[in-house]
Design a protein around this ligand. Sequence first.
Ligand SMILES: Cc1ncc(COP(=O)(O)O)c(C=O)c1O
Length: 400
Amino acid sequence: MSKIQFNKAFTQQEPIPETAKKRVMELLDSGRLHRYNTVGEELSDAALLEQDFAQYQGRKYCLACTSGGYGLHIALRAMGLQSGDQVLTNAYTLAPVPGAIHAAGGKPVLVEIDEHYHLDLVDLEAKAKSSNAKILLLSLMRGHIPDMDRLMALCNDLGLQVLEDCAHTMGGSWGDKKSGNFGQVAAFSLQTYKHLNTGEGGLVVTDDAEIAARLIMHSGSYMLYERHGAAPSPEVFENIRLISANMSGRMDNIRAAIGLAQLPGLDKNCQRWNSRYAILHSTIAAIEGLNIPVRDARESFVGSSLQFRPIGLDVGQIPGFIAACAAQGVELKWFGDDKPKAFTSRYDSWHYIDPMPHLPNTLRALEKTLDLRVPLTFNDADCHVIGAVIAQVTAEFMVR
Ligand SMILES: Cc1ncc(COP(=O)(O)O)c(C=O)c1O
């Protein structure tokens, strides 16, 4: 049988909306790219993005900053992390997450995940009790949202503050509550592969006025904090403004304008991701030898990527399987690889974590986990072709 070939790039985004291009040209003409370079009562594009995102998310306060990872770092500081404090976090996440803990002077305590890519609550409780951690940095890696009601109830019992890493859940929810509205603070990424694409960028939200003021001061507001779009009143800054270090990580107006133009289309885009995901899911789930973990009906995720496991293959066959899919134009990442590659690395490659735990459940959950990006530049027919390539390669490997 002839080999099915897929020919589109897995890293190709859609064009940025025309309204953003127009606004960016105006900003370039004005030369006023810095968020505090405003005239009179004018609100900068960065401040407008804060205003609009706070409203979209349904949170009181929002800070726009340089990246999601930077947002996590200053959020930890704003939540009161002191140098040397331990911070609980998922063992399955991306390198900027333990990196943010490290940057804030904290020590990551990695918690096991289960086979559904959710934080293991039994291990969370044990590690909360055996460490001095006061904060859980909950990474909703690849958009997998656990039972947030149970998780938050446990964190309340354990006295843990929760910082949500919503890099992959912007637009998602658990029940009728948006992802990012469960913990004290949540950080979102605007990096180019995320649900709003400004190249790089981050948004941090909270309902806590003092945390919001600290976030703004840390982000490098100087004494210009009144020029923010979704900030607490100036009195809140009085007590903290001289003791909160400036860690320079401001959002600029060009990226903010690019984000602002995409925000009205975000929910529609989430549906577009989900319709592509649905085709890929039904095709891949039907292939003998492959498995996709079942998701809870209360989870409204955004299907901008899909994870599956070739359970019918041995681990040793996985590199060959990935290479065969790649030869037919389908790019897969392997979260179980013991060698860090491109964006992907397993927790045990972050050697600065000391002591490095052995986490057998996480290793088992990731051992055969493959990851497929779902860019919006793919149409329904593309998703069918990708499914057909994976089916063909799987059938070939299953008979070996
Ligand atoms: C799960 C997760 N958290 C946090 C981040 C950090 O986001 P940024 O790249 O904006 O720093 C990323 C980046 O891809 C991520 O995948």
